[in-house]
Design a protein around this ligand. Structure first.
Ligand code: ATP
Ligand code: MG
Length: 275
């Protein structure tokens, strides 16, 4: 089972000023259960690409299939949940629960089961269960984003796509989201994240593709991306390398604060050379 993108090209009506397509013959296979990070500069085509995964956009050329069904088909669209960059546009009901009830109407789930599922999903993303009965429009930006994710989860998607999910979240909510995504991935849900900024709290071995001008220009895991010519080393990596250079017995490639902290706590003997 997988999302298969075959030779997909797309343009929004006119060709862009450089004469190329917004997506230019993209080929990609996302296996069920993967944790995929799609990185790329502003305007590189990330959102356009992921909108093809749930049939919101139809390729100009090529084809997108989800578990063997056309991505635009009703069957495929049920398998894929999408968290938009601006989740306020995802809500329209009086309460968060009303929105969820609407999104899964006709699926045969009764209100009680749905309510339980929503409560479970809210807890999963680190929100209080009373959010279910609040008007989505009274929530803060961060709460709204997490509540939108919980609403998507309540519909039991197999693939979850998140467009710039960390933008606008404070550190605490970012951490909640990193944790929720890890838990969801552990339950077998496929996670696909589009982001213009890299976060080293994401699993370092997760598959990472870099978009540039509508093409995939790098493919590897997050660590390989971090060490590639496409990325700059993070401050944490530079600090850890400096400590290592000065004689501290520490790994060379550490990218995030938490791992750095653990590594420092594990140092048996510190003998930093002062220069
Ligand atoms: N609705 C639209 N109509 C016309 N052009 C569009 C539309 N949406 C996006 N584009 C153009 O398509 C290109 C790719 O945009 P896209 O939103 O896919 O990029 P992105 O990588 O998601 O960028 P960001 O990091 O800013 O979210 C850009 O040149 C953008 O201006
Ligand atoms: Mg985008």
């Amino acid at each position: 089972m997988s999302i298969v993108v075959e030779n997909v090209s797309f343009s929004y009506g006119k060709k862009n000023p450089f004469g190329s397509m917004v997506l230019d013959r993209v080929n990609l296979k996302i296996e069920s259960g993967e944790y995929l990070i799609i990185i790329g500069e502003v305007g590189s085509g990330k959102t356009t690409l992921i909108k093809h995964f749930n049939g919101l956009l139809k390729p100009l050329e090529g084809i997108v299939m989800v578990d063997g069904h056309k991505a635009t088909s009703a069957h495929a669209r049920k398998l894929v949940g999408m968290l938009f960059q601006y989740p306020q546009y995802q809500f329209f009901g009086k309460t968060v629960f009303d929105d969820v009830a609407f999104s899964v109407s006709n699926s045969g789930i009764d209100d009680k089961q749905l309510h339980e599922k929503l409560i479970e999903s809210l807890k999963m993303v680190g929100l209080d269960e009373n959010i279910a009965l609040r008007s989505p429009f009274t929530l803060s930006n961060g709460q709204m984003k997490l509540a939108a994710l919980a609403s998507i989860l309540a519909a039991n998607p197999k693939y979850i796509i998140l467009d710039e999910p960390f933008t606008g979240l404070d550190l605490i909510n970012k951490k909640k989201l990193f944790k929720a995504l890890a838990k969801l991935h552990d339950t077998g849900i496929t996670i696909i994240i589009a982001t213009h900024e890299i976060y080293y709290e994401l699993p370092i071995n997760s598959r990472t593709i870099l978009m540039g001008m509508g093409k995939i220009i790098f493919e590897g895991n997050l660590e390989e991306y971090a060490l590639s010519k496409h990325s700059q080393l993070s401050d944490v990596t530079l600090l850890m390398r400096e400590l290592r250079r000065r004689g501290v017995d520490i790994s060379e490639n550490i990218f995030d604060v938490e791992t750095a902290f653990e590594e420092i706590m594990n140092i048996k003997k510190v003998s930093i050379e002062h220069e």
